[in-house]
Design a protein around this ligand. Structure first.
Ligand code: F6R
Length: 608
């Protein structure tokens, strides 16, 4: 949710920290700040709002130094304000801390520190850390940090500097990601590789419980007992282009338009066209283990939960294994029926969503095997699962998930296919799916080529207050996803429903002011959806129909038509989601909304 960056080296840290924070702004953007050691003294600059405001503050009160930390915040404790922006200082102004996560025993610690004479200057849970580190400091910053981390309960990714031990930055992670960047004579800390990619592609992903001490001469990784540990240096596979807008007005639009490529990347080397199956290298499941699975739980949040619903239908239809889909946030707090014969599939773009991670750990505690469908390489879920399928969709910066969703659905199709072909799916049916998968990139491109027509439809609906999205079968989850996209970036109230369920309540909402998006490709439930469109038209509703061929039954029922190519039923949501994403995008832009940084949202929800 929030972003951390730290720098130590021969250059001036300020522009490096600001550059890193701008790259991280998609993770949280209600306030930001930096702390630098400037000629032996600790200097902080903080500002409510976007990084641009912090730059304004720095222009008025410049600060320089070779050691510094920065933070961009998404508020949890205390409203967004200058005083709640990180870094937070100790009472004597010698320690500065930036923190992602939540300190759960902050209230108790605050009272105790207050009794000892510490003065608090913010409403945040984080601030207890800086006071605690001051309290425990006896000459070594890492030892004081270790002492503080022994006392705090909760989750953290932190970076700490102190004017009393000025030649280093100490970082630590538990429940919130942090990595060390290894540059040429310079070292970095960051919560996300994109913050430091302009300077180095060599990184060390810290494990849970690791501490890192970076100095101008190198780095050390320690455990909570201060014993040194070895961690390998990995090279990030993508480059700066992948995290830049590349001429598009927004990251979201760029990511929508990347989908022919990203979907192809998810399939690269994995499709076995002739055998009608897939090859998935990272599953870590033997033939016998795959055959022994007797039920599957898929757990995820938000958009990833929508792809899970599609995966459920695919797996049940093709592999005939019962599947339950659970919101990760609910799964972790109930008593789910999970046994060693359960496969728990965990879907997460970021691989860091707190609820999803906790659900995966819960499934493991029950003895289930876990399989992660994750986009971010090296993320916590990817490191803790028993096996996985990387999405290879590349960095997703727009807060609204687009390309990760289509890649998730494709990855689920590859997995369902593999499982089904191992069991009883015929090669003929398998080939139908592999051939359809193979066509997807070009089909997606054909839909993207209609972007102008979709933009024109958006113009007609930019001022409405409500939207309904209806679909059946595989396209009920697509309807949910279409509604989520619209509401999160345009702030228009939108609901997704199974089309036939409309009669049981939502139909009361239909009048000439209510646009209804129907997802009605020519699949096995097409005729049924046509009846539902008739019900809406009979009540004066406006219809936007996503369909796949000329169909007399639809004559006179469509106020607007969007054509998608034909494919097998199970892949129709991949194609249908492209116009849904574009529609949401254009409506939001026409309403003047900031689509890449919608209000109240942040990429990657690392708190509960
Ligand atoms: C919606 C969106 C969120 C995420 C959800 C899960 O556009 O992005 O609903 O899908 O927060 O995130 P991941 O997939 O990173 O676990």
């Amino acid at each position: 949710m929030c972003g951390i960056v730290g720098y130590i080296g021969p250059k001036d840290a300020t522009p490096i920290l600001i550059g890193g924070l701008k790259r991280l702004e998609y993770r949280g953007y209600d306030s930001a700040g930096v702390a630098l050691i400037d000629r032996g003294a600790l200097e902080t600059r903080r500002a409510e709002g976007k990084i641009a405001r912090l730059e304004g503050v720095l222009a008025e009160q410049p600060v320089k130094g070779h050691v510094g930390i920065g933070h961009t915040r998404w508020a949890t404790h205390g409203p967004p304000s200058d005083r709640n922006a990180h870094p937070h200082l100790s009472t004597d102004n010698t320690v500065a801390v930036v923190h992602n996560g939540i300190i759960e025993n902050a209230d108790a610690l605050r009272k105790e520190l207050h009794r000892k004479g510490h003065t608090f200057r913010s409403d945040t849970d984080t601030e207890v850390l800086s006071h605690l580190i001051q309290e425990l400091f006896e000459g070594s910053l890492e030892e004081a940090v270790i002492g503080a981390l022994r006392v705090v309960e909760g989750t953290y990714g932190i970076a700490v500097v102190s004017s009393k031990d000025p030649g280093k930055i100490v970082g630590a992670r538990k429940g919130s990601p942090l990595l060390v960047g290894v540059g040429d004579g310079q070292y970095f800390l960051a919560s996300d590789a994109s913050a430091i990619l302009a300077h180095t592609r060599e990184v060390i992903y810290l494990n849970e419980g690791d501490l890192a001490v970076i100095t101008a001469d190198g780095y050390r990784i320690l455990d909570i007992n201060a014993s040194p540990i070895r961690r390998s240096v990995e090279t990030i596979a993508w480059d700066l282009d992948a995290i830049e807008r590349g001429g598009y007005e927004h990251f979201m639009l760029k990511e929508i338009f990347e989908q022919p490529q990203t979907v192809a990347n998810t399939m690269r080397g994995r499709l076995r066209l002739e055998e009608g199956t897939s090859k998935l290298g990272g599953l870590n499941l033997s033939h016998d283990e795959l055959m022994a699975i007797d039920n599957i739980v898929i757990t995820a949040c938000g958009t990833s939960w929508h792809s899970a619903l599609i995966g459920e239908l695919m797996i049940e239809d093709m592999a005939r294994i019962p599947v339950e889909v659970e919101y990760a946030s609910e799964f972790r707090y109930r008593n789910p029926i999970v046994t060693p014969a359960t496969l728990c599939i965990v879907i997460s773009q970021s691989g860091e969503t707190a609820d999803t991670l906790a659900a995966m750990r819960e499934a493991k505690r029950h003895g289930a095997r876990t399989l992660g469908l994750v986009n971010v390489v090296g993320s916590t879920i990817a490191r803790e699962d028993d096996g996985g399928i990387y999405l290879h969709a590349g960095p997703e910066i727009g807060v609204a998930s687009t390309k990760a969703f289509t890649s998730q659905v494709v990855a689920l199709a590859l997995f369902a296919l593999k499982l089904a072909r191992k069991r009883n799916l015929s090669v003929t049916r398998g080939r139908e799916v592999t051939q359809a998968l193979d066509l997807l990139p070009n089909q997606i491109q054909a839909i993207l080529d209609q972007a102008d027509a979709i933009e024109a439809i958006a113009e007609s609906y930019k001022d409405v207050h409500n939207f309904l999205y209806l679909g059946r079968g595989y396209n009920f989850p697509a309807a949910l996803e279409g509604a989520l996209k619209l509401k999160e970036i345009s702030y228009i109230h939108a609901e997704g429903y199974p089309a036939a369920e409309m009669k049981h309540g939502p139909i009361a909402l239909i009048d000439e002011k209510m646009p209804v998006v129907f997802i009605a490709p020519h699949d096995s439930v097409f005729e049924k959806v046509v009846s539902n469109i008739q019900e809406v038209k009979a009540r004066g509703g406006k219809t936007i129909v996503i369909t796949s061929r000329d169909e007399p039954a639809l004559a006179g029922l469509m106020d607007h038509e969007i054509r998608i190519p034909e494919t097998v039923d199970m892949l129709t949501p991949v194609l249908a989601s492209i116009p849904l994403q574009l529609l949401a995008y254009y409506i939001a832009v026409k309403r003047g909304a900031n689509v890449d940084q919608p209000r109240n949202l942040a990429k990657s929800v690392t708190v509960e």
